[in-house]
Design a protein around this ligand. Structure first.
Ligand code: FES
Length: 593
C-alpha cells in the first residue's frame, strides 16, 4: 500500500512558551502564569521568546551507562543557544539493564509513555532525546514517534574497554565468557573478583555490539541522529562535539518542520534492518524496531527480514560475532564505513535529521581508509545477515536465532528436550548433579515471554549445566520464548511465538521429546505427533492466578502487551492502522507493467 506523503513540513500551531498551555479556561492567563513561574528561575522575556528545545535527561544514579549525561546536556545546551534556541532540560524515567526488576523490558513501554506524554505536555518545539542503555533509545523513539514534534536522538556512547591480566575486556560479552569459565571451574574466585573490576572501565554503554550499540547504529541509519553520532565513546571529545551538533540541529529541525514521521518511513526502516543484519546486531533490536515502526503504522515482516538477511552479509568484526569493540569501530570510521559498503543495498533518498538524505550525508562523509574492523561485502565476517527467522510447529508465529554468534556444528541439530518450566525451576535444577542431561540435548525454558515472566527477560541465554560445562562443553541448543542480551552468543533460539504463557506449543514440550533445529531450512520442529499434542493441551491445567498481577502498572502491562512479533508494545499505543509493510516484497515479473 502506498504510504502517505511525509515529505512536506506540517504547519505548526502555537510555539515556544505558548505551546501546550495548562487549561484554566483562559489561554492568556495560562501563559501569564507560566511565564511568571519560569521567571522565578531567572529567565528574561527575551530568552522566553526563543524557540524551545526540550532535552530529555535520563541521567540517574542507577544508570552508569548514562553517567556522562551532565556533560552531554551542557554541550547540547551550547549547541541550541549557538543556533538561537532556548534549551530546557527535563527528567524522564531512566532504565539500566542491571538495575531493573524484574527486567528492563517490563519498563520500556512505561518509559515510552513517560517520554511521549512529557513531550506533549510541556512547551517545546523540538526535543533532544538523551538515551543509551538498551531500552532507553527504543523507548524514546517510540515516544517521540507518537508525540510527533521534531525529535533528534543523542546516545551517551560506549564505555572504554578494560584490561585483565594482559587481555582486553569489555561488557558484556566478556562478562559472560568469564562467568562461564568460573562455572566450569576454569578460573577461581580470586580471578572472577579481579575481572569484575575491569569489565566496565568507564561510564557509557556496553562496549560490544550489544543492544545499546546496535540501537545507536540503527538509529543513525534511520536518520534520527546526526551523521557520525552512533560510535564515539562516552568519554571522548568526539562525543561532546556530537552533543553540541545535536543541539544546533534540533533548532534547525524546528524551522524545517522535520517531524519523526518524515524521517521514519518504511524505506528508513528497511535501511535500519539492513544495517542491523550487517553489523551482527542484537536480536532485541528486531523487537524494538517493530515497536517503533508500529507507532507509525508500519509493520515489519519477519519473513521479509529473513529474505534480506540472505543477501546482507555481516561486515562488522565486533564481539559477540567477531573480535573488536565499539571504540575500534569508531576509529575505523564509524557507521559511515558500514553504510559505504552497504550502499547498493540501501535506500539513499531517505531523509535525515539534517534535512539532507542518507545518500547526501554518505557523499559528504568522503572516502573510507584502510582498516580491519569493517569488512567489504566480498570478504564478510559471515556470508548472511546475523539473524535468521525460524518457523515450525514449535513456533507458528516465528522465532529467531543469531546465527552469526551460534556454533556452526549446532545449526543443523536434533536432540532430546530437557525442559525447565520457568525461571525458578531453571535456577533450582540446572546445576543439580542428578539432572538427566547430555551435551547433545536441547535445553528448553518456558514462561519467559512477554506475559510469562513477565517482561520477556534476557534469560534465553540459559547457562550450560555445570556437569556439562565441566566436560569442556561451551554451547548447546537452547530454546525459549524469552530474549537474550545482544552481548551474548551461542546456539540460542529466542522469541518463540506465541509464548508458552499464552498456550503456545512451547507449553506442550516435555522432557524426552525430540526437537529438530534446521537453520538452513529455517525450521524449528517438535517431533511429537498432533494427536499427542492435542491430548497434552486438553490436560493442561489453567495457570493459577497471581495476586500481584491484579493492580498497578503490572496489570496494565499484562492486559495490553503484545507478542514479540508485534514489538511487545502495548496494543493501545500502536497506530490504529497498518498502512505499510517492510521489507517490501521484490517485484515479481507479473507485477511489472
Ligand atoms: Fe547499559 Fe549494557 S548495561 S548498555
Amino acid at each position: 500500500m502506498a504510504s502517505s506523503d511525509n515529505s512536506s513540513p506540517k504547519p505548526q500551531a502555537a510555539q515556544g512558551m505558548s505551546k501546550a498551555l495548562t487549561n484554566y479556561g483562559d489561554r492568556e492567563f495560562s501563559l501569564f502564569l507560566r511565564k511568571a513561574f519560569i521567571k522565578g528561575a531567572g529567565y528574561t522575556d527575551d530568552a522566553l521568546s526563543k524557540p524551545i528545545v526540550g532535552i530529555a535527561n535520563t541521567g540517574s544514579g542507577f544508570n552508569p551507562c548514562h553517567g556522562n549525561a551532565p556533560q552531554l546536556i551542557e554541550a547540547v545546551k551550547r549547541g541550541v543557544m549557538l543556533a538561537g534556541g532556548l534549551p530546557v532540560e527535563f527528567p524522564t524515567i531512566s532504565i539500566h539493564e542491571s538495575f531493573a526488576h524484574p527486567t528492563s523490558m517490563f519498563l520500556r513501554n512505561l518509559m515510552a509513555m513517560d517520554t511521549e506524554e512529557l513531550i506533549r505536555a510541556q512547551p517545546m518545539d523540538a526535543v533532544v532525546l538523551i538515551g543509551g542503555c538498551d531500552k532507553t533509545v527504543p523507548a524514546q523513539l517510540m515516544g517521540a514517534a507518537s508525540a510527533g514534534i521534531p525529535a533528534i536522538q543523542l546516545v551517551t556512547g560506549s564505555m572504554l574497554t578494560g584490561s585483565h591480566r594482559g587481555t582486553r575486556v569489555g561488557a558484556c560479552t566478556d562478562c559472560r565468557r568469564f562467568w562461564a569459565s568460573y562455572r566450569g571451574d576454569e578460573i577461581d574466585a580470586q580471578e572472577i573478583a579481579d575481572v569484575n573490576n575491569q569489565l566496565v572501565a568507564s561510564v557509557g554503554t556496553c562496549s560490544v555490539m550489544g543492544t545499546a550499540s546496535t540501537m545507536a547504529c540503527i538509529t543513525e541509519a534511520l536518520g534520527m541522529m546526526v551523521p557520525g553520532g552512533a560510535t564515539p565513546p562516552a568519554v571522548t571529545a568526539d562525543r561532546i562535539r556530537v552533543a553540541e551538533r545535536t543541539g544546533t540541529q534540533a533548532v534547525a529541525m524546528i524551522g524545517a518542520g522535520l517531524t519523526p514521521d518524515r524521517i521514519l518511513t518504511g524505506k528508513a526502516f528497511e535501511n535500519a534492518l539492513r544495517v542491523l543484519l550487517a553489523i551482527g546486531g542484537s536480536t532485541n533490536a528486531i523487537i524494538h524496531l517493530t515497536a517503533i515502526a508500529g507507532r507509525l503504522g508500519i509493520a515489519i515482516d519477519l519473513d521479509g527480514l529473513d529474505r534480506i538477511s540472505k543477501e546482507t552479509p555481516v561486515l562488522v568484526d565486533l564481539k559477540p560475532s567477531g573480535q573488536h569493540y565499539m571504540e575500534d569501530l569508531h576509529k575505523a570510521g564509524g557507521l559511515a564505513a558500514v553504510l559505504r559498503e552497504l550502499r547498493p543495498l540501501l535506500h539513499l533518498d531517505t531523509l535525515t535529521v539534517t534535512g539532507r538524505t542518507l545518500g547526501e550525508e554518505l557523499d559528504a562523509a568522503g572516502p573510507g581508509f584502510p582498516q580491519d574492523v569493517v569488512r567489504s561485502r566480498e570478504n564478510p565476517i559471515y556470508p548472511q545477515g546475523g539473524i535468521a527467522f525460524l518457523r515450525g510447529n514449535l513456533a507458528p508465529g516465528g522465532a529467531i536465532i543469531k546465527q552469526s554468534a551460534a556454533s556452526k556444528d549446532l545449526m543443523e541439530h536434533e536432540g532430546r528436550a530437557v525442559v525447565f518450566e520457568n525461571l525458578e525451576d531453571l535456577a533450582k535444577r540446572i546445576d543439580d548433579p542428578d539432572l538427566d542431561v547430555n551435551p547433545e540435548d536441547v535445553l528448553v525454558l518456558k514462561n519467559i515471554g512477554p506475559i510469562g515472566a513477565p517482561g520477556m527477560p534476557e534469560a534465553g541465554y540459559m547457562p550450560i549445566p555445570k556437569k556439562i560445562g565441566r566436560l569442556g562443553v561451551k554451547d548447546m541448543v537452547r530454546i525459549s520464548d524469552g530474549r537474550m542480551s545482544g552481548t551474548a552468543s551461542g546456539s540460542i533460539v529466542l522469541h518463540v511465538t506465541p509464548e508458552s504463557a499464552m498456550g503456545g506449543p512451547l507449553a506442550l514440550v516435555q522432557s524426552g521429546d525430540r526437537i529438530r533445529l534446521s537453520v538452513s531450512e529455517r525450521s524449528l520442529t517438535l517431533l511429537v505427533d498432533e494427536t499427542e499434542l492435542a491430548r497434552r493441551r486438553a490436560a493442561m491445567p489453567p495457570a493459577p492466578p497471581r495476586a500481584e498481577d491484579q493492580r498497578g502498572y503490572r496489570k496494565l502491562f499484562l492486559s495490553t502487551v503484545t507478542q514479540a512479533d508485534a514489538g511487545c508494545d502495548f496494543d493501545f499505543l500502536r497506530a490504529v492502522e497498518i498502512r505499510e509493510t517492510v521489507p517490501a516484497k521484490p517485484a515479481q515479473p507479473e507485477d511489472k507493467a
